[in-house]
Design a protein around this ligand. Sequence first.
Ligand code: G4P
Length: 536
Amino acid sequence: MSIVDLSSEINRRRTFAIISHPDAGKTTLTEKLLLYGGAIHLAGSVKSRKAQRHAVSDWMEIEKQRGISVTSSVMQFDYDGFRINILDTPGHQDFSEDTYRTLMAVDSAVMIIDVAKGVEAQTKKLFKVCKQRGIPIFTFVNKLDRFGKNPFELMEEIEKVLEIRAYPMNWPIGIDGDYKGVYNRQKAQIELFEEAGSRGQKVLPSVLGSVDDPAFAEMLGENIHKALCDDIELLDMAGDTFDLEKVAQGELTPMFFGSAMTNFGVRNFLEEFLRLAPPPADRKSSVGMVETKNEKFSAFVFKIQANMNPAHRDRLAFIRICSGKFTRGMTVVHEKSGKTLKLAQPQQFLAQDRTIIDEAFPGDIVGLFDPGVFSIGDTICEPGQSLVFEDFPVFPPEQFARVQAKDTMKRKQFVKGITQLTQEGAVQLFKQADGGMESCIIGTVGSLQFDVLEYRLKHEYGVDILMHHLPYELARWMHGTNVKPASLRGADRGMFVYDVKDRPVLLVANEWALRWVADNNPSIEFLVAPPDKQPE
Ligand code: G4P
């Protein structure tokens, strides 16, 4: 393949995740985007999948039982010459490290905010990971068909809580949260909801026009029209100027107002997003930056999905392609083990449907059958190169439990299971100084990971476990000379443990307890990640 062809494939790709707090409208917006791409034909398809998943899915039993998505899915579709990869980030109780890791594989993120609720807890968490990676973030303020907060207030909230400047691309028209439509700042154009009450699958009719058009002034009424003109003037004078470089650095977020459910402002959002969002970026590796247009294929594993088909015990490794062209049946080297692998049955996804693919390019996500060699963060490349992509950060766990085998005779299987699941990145493992592996401490970022652990130990290793949840929410890696339980003042205010690399970690219930211990041990640093993996 020529460099030109490869570059044009790369440049038309947009790989992103949608991040939001549950109920802000992620499913609805995703579905509307898929509709525009022609990937689905009827609104409600994604939703009904959500509801009927137990009937159609062959994924983990646990997923069927709880009717939830255990891992993020990947959706690919085309729009206007672009090839779009949307990576789903699960929320609610299915929040897990997978949710965070997905963000390692995207080039930008769309943050959805409910116009009435503003920035919510989970959005904040996910946003933080995007910010640390410095990826561009686009904001979609949703549910404009409903009563909502003042847009200036929302901008201020985003700037204060998330510490990113916001540039409104359009602006809601209306007074006191009762919105009539939006004003497009680039086109100086007004778009109004024609009537309320059209919900669900239909596109809400709208009318377009200029802000100076007297007919619109009349339609809006004097008060609303004046309020809009005042707002626009204020934005133009006091607001940030649009700077694509700042967007690319993750310092400025283009902000769109709309309503996913009624389809209001969604197409405009999609088109602007595609125009402004970056194509796949070069990536840091052990031998410097790897350029996407490097003709030799390289990729990294960002997620491992076990037992998608319990009958076959298969494991699927999701890779994000970083450079070159992927072709079915190609031979690659797994850098960590040095093994050579033939990639015979690569899969791509649209929601839950899997299809075998023949080729893929940087920015694309491919699912590979895992012969048991892959771990999260692993690099694979075409022979003839030797490089390793930068390792994933450690995400500090927030929930902890002491876990042991119910039947002590099953100790061996228990240790094997825990060790393998830890390597795979399903959970994080800690030990107490005097404790062996018979009873270990498991850390997770979401409660679902405990359920997955319990299920998989039972079904894959034949071990029933006893789980005792611990009252801690924070883990801090302790950095200093000779940090020992006996020499730490206030060690009894939390739990002194070691991670898998024997680095000392303190688990505590809250910030207050942490502060007490930190104040009383001034020679020790308390870090949110291991000393060698500190966020930049
Ligand atoms: P999530 O994936 O982020 O959790 O949110 P989801 O899309 O499931 O949306 C949550 C609820 O908000 C849904 O209502 C959905 O219809 C509604 N919603 C999404 N976008 C808009 C919008 O632009 N305007 C209004 N008014 N509502 C919106 P639900 O009652 O939970 O589900 P359903 O019965 O409508 O399917």
